[in-house]
Design a binder for this molecule. Sequence first.
Ligand code: SF4
Length: 363
Amino acid sequence: MPDQMKYIDEFRNRDIVKGLVKKINEISHSKVSLMEVCGGHTWAIQKFGIPSMLPSEINLLSGPGCPVCVTGRGFIDRIVAFSRQENVIIATFGDLVRVPGSSSSLEKEKSRGADVRIVYSILDAITIASQNPRKKVVFPGIGFETTAPGTAAGIIYARKKGTGNFFVLSSHKVMPPAMALLIDEGVKIDGYIAPGHVSTITGSGIYSDIPEKFGVGCVISGFEPVDILQSIYMLLRQINEKRFSVEIQYKRVVRPEGNIKALQTMEEVFSIRDDWWRGFGIIPGSGLGIREEYGIFDAEKMIDAEVEETVEDKGCICGEILKGLKKPHDCKLFGNVCTTENPVGSCMVSHEGACNAYYRFNR
Ligand code: SF4
């Protein structure tokens, strides 16, 4: 059996899954709400039908784990404004082009003639900049600690190469302040299924405040059914024993110390700043801005643009979904006006968004 098939067999094994469901049922004594804060978990939980396997006492919530979803309309409006300039090329990952801004999107601007190109890495964007020395090439940097090191490495590379017409508009974010804010604001969360990809970079220490300050456990989870069910079981044990800590279920990938090289690269280029999150507003210390030393690559500072006033969509409840206050089925537009083919809000655009995952697997 090829290695990949063996891997899938191990972590999707029906007997192991059944055994874990039985163990969860045995120790599930009271109503609990567990939140995942990773788009990959949102997708996997719905795809594998995890909620349908659990006792009714366990309520699974999707939090602010989808990078595209938490990115504000103001950011999209700024990128759209850049794209309207004659001498600008936008080089972006594909999932951002359909995200609606206040009155437009990159997809719409492209159809009107803007130079918007899909890239698969920041290096592609730097190559486009080298090939078009008379143009300004802007790369929208979104995502959490998972993608920020890649953006940082790209900026360092552009400096080494002397690519002066390459710019990044950063909306990179860090996860722990949003997790703390949700509990602080009174959202009922009894445990966090903590993000596997973010933690691969950061290690487990970044969540230590959550059990210490708030008495809420965190289990860093993998993405297969066995991983997620085992993480839920570990959280229930913490809750039952009132022993709250950060545990790593995803040990085959996540180390307590994280990826030191990636952390150093991120630290070299970015510094912590306040940032705006959809549904939350400004969260202190939750964003990554480009340091002064790398300021010549910062699109925010280097490119002027007339950005329209940001207008939120009134019918879309993405913000409440990202805070775990509502679920996609609570939205009147879900599945009729708003679909994956015709998304109204960012939670339906990205395949990591809760609305998108519910639409595909749990309509
Ligand atoms: Fe927004 Fe569409 Fe989700 Fe409703 S279904 S919350 S409109 S993304």
